[in-house]
Design a protein around this ligand. Structure first.
Ligand SMILES: [Zn+2]
Length: 84
């Protein structure tokens, strides 16, 4: 009585993809991925899209908040009383 004995359908695999990606598991080692040309092609497409998106996105700058937090931390360091 093993649930894993029956092959996964493409739909089931694709529904699990976000989970697999989020869990950090290697999709390349997934049995369905290894046996299914369709899903391999799909993932190759997805990777191409993700790569393109990464290149299109502007470089993320630290938010203003972060800088003021750093400034505050530095000031507190300088003003720390009774040093020495
Ligand atoms: Zn498939």
């Amino acid at each position: 009585m093993s649930e894993h004995s029956r092959p996964m359908s493409c739909l089931e695999f694709q529904e699990k993809l976000p989970e697999l990606i989020a869990s950090g598991e290697s999709i390349a080692h997934h049995p369905h991925y290894q046996n299914c040309e369709l899903c391999r092609a799909l993932l190759a497409d997805l990777e191409t899209i993700a790569e393109a998106a990464r290149q299109l996105l502007p470089v993320v700058e630290p938010p203003d908040d972060l800088w003021s937090q750093i400034e505050t931390a530095i000031r507190e360091e300088e003003n720390s009383p009774e040093k020495g």
